[in-house]
Design a protein around this ligand. Structure first.
Ligand code: EPU
Length: 419
């Protein structure tokens, strides 16, 4: 049965909120576990739908996964019994494509359908396919189903035509067990990639250059066992910081790594947000008057696209005009129409750019969450708004934020989940 959030807005919130492990790191480390028959322990795993779906997907391939504590899993891909990704689950998560390389490396074949995930644009997979081919895979496609085979993966050079996070991770994972050296150029530099690579190296991989735009991988025969603790979710941390600023609240965000959000802090300074950064916390205090700032999303370390929707909500509360330029995904601004229904004054210039005129008073409405990040932005809008907002399709929000209503209730939000 589908669930909804009912939110009473217009209140100031106060208190502390803890950040969980990064969803987009969890999805990749679970995929990487396919590279070895040795046991891995994965800690600080966020309890969110995307991760649960991937765990199911892996179990279907024969991977043994056991939850041994609140957020701790033991994972062992002793044998991969199945080389076809289960369609219903692969359709739900974009990261399913990242399983292809490791399965190919271990079994010489893999079959999958076009991966799913957030509806935020076309989301092609051409770069993945070109990369797999460069490393020695044969690719055939029949009716949206892809079959990859190889008689042995071989290291090679590949230049990404554009920077891709999952693309970079997928090719690293494909090259780890390939014969010889792979050099990847124009790679993504997200902290989740660095954490993954540091761990793979601990388990015996030979990867250099992570955190830069050129990564070199010397293929190895096998990887050993290990324990990996997921890094804090920088998107959660940024989201709660923006929520605090937009609602004029005093919130301390704990267990995060503020260094992973430098671009957001720069925008906060320009907006006049009253905030303080510690080594592993961020504290946001009420700001009397917010100023507008323009935003252009960019690969890391630029302004992260996943925080664009929450930041756009913040701009509805700031004085002046701001241009939001979403450079990565062409459908990631459509939710601004919903903000307008709530009282926002946002003009869409083209699929990649909107102008936000502020400040505007927002009012409660019945609305639907389009995807994870627009969904959480609507939660923030509802907390800012006067009156009651009902948000439908909250399964989208649950994909990325663990028990969001309980965590927001603890800092004084009036939000409840109803069936
Ligand atoms: N692209 C192509 N061809 C490809 C792959 C990507 O043209 O084969 C394009 C995309 O369409 C996009 C650009 O390259 O315009 C960059 O996309 P990227 O591949 O970096 O995105 P992704 O790896 O699919 C990850 C996160 C997203 C996050 C983006 C950008 C995961 C599972 N997803 O997506 O997270 O928005 O990087 O940082 O790691 C989310 O968590 O809500 C989410 C959507």
């Amino acid at each position: 049965m589908s669930e909804k959030f009912i939110i009473e807005g217009g209140k100031k919130l106060e208190g502390e909120i803890e950040i969980n492990g990064a969803k987009n790191a969890a999805l990749k480390i679970f995929a990487a576990s396919l590279l070895t028959d040795q046991e891995w322990q994965i800690e600080n795993v966020p309890q969110v739908k995307d991760v649960f779906n991937e765990i199911e997907l892996l179990r279907d391939l024969g991977v043994q996964i056991e939850k041994i504590d609140e957020r701790i899993y033991k994972v062992k891909a002793g044998d991969i019994k199945n080389t076809k990704l289960r369609e219903d689950l692969a359709k739900k998560i974009r990261a399913s494509i990242i399983l292809a390389g490791p399965i190919l490396a271990r079994k010489g074949e893999v079959e999958f359908i076009y991966p799913g995930g957030c509806v935020i644009g076309r989301r092609p997979i051409d770069i993945f396919l070109d990369g797999f081919k460069t490393l020695g895979a044969e690719v055939t496609e029949t009716n949206g189903r892809f079959r990859l085979t190889t008689s042995g993966l071989r290291g090679n050079n590949f230049v990404f035509p554009r920077v891709s996070v999952t693309g970079t991770e997928a090719l690293i994972l494909t090259a780890v067990l390939a014969k010889g050296k792979t050099i990847l150029k124009n790679t993504a530099q997200e902290p989740e990639i660095k954490a993954l690579v540091d761990f793979l190296n601990k388990c015996g991989a030979k990867i250099k250059g992570t955190g830069t735009s050129t990564i070199e991988i010397e293929g190895v025969n096998k990887l050993g066992k290990g324990t990996f603790k997921l890094i804090p979710d920088r998107i959660e941390a940024g989201t709660f910081a923006i929520l605090a600023a937009a609602t004029g609240s005093h919130i301390k965000i704990n267990n995060c790594n503020p260094q992973h959000l430098e671009s957001l802090w720069l925008h906060f300074k320009k907006t006049g947000v009253n905030f303080e950064l510690g080594e592993n916390f961020v504290q946001v205090k009420p700001t009397p008057k917010l100023k507008t700032v323009n935003v252009t999303t960019h690969e890391y370390p630029g302004f992260v696209t996943d925080l664009q929707p929450p930041f756009t909500v913040l701009m509805t509360q700031a004085e002046g005009q701001s241009l939001i330029h979403e450079t990565l995904f062409e459908s990631r601004l459509l939710y601004t129409d919903i903000l307008n229904q709530m009282g926002g004054n946002i003009i869409m210039c083209d699929p990649h750019r909107v102008i936000v005129n502020g400040p505007t008073r927002l009012y409660g409405k019945t609305i639907t969450s389009p995807d994870i990040r627009a969904g959480i932005a609507l939660v923030i809008a509802a907390l800012v708004a006067q009156g009651t907002t009902t948000i439908e399709n909250i399964e989208q929000i649950d994909r990325g934020y663990e028990k969001i209503e309980e965590r927001l209730q603890k800092i004084g939000a009036s939000i409840k989940r109803v069936k």
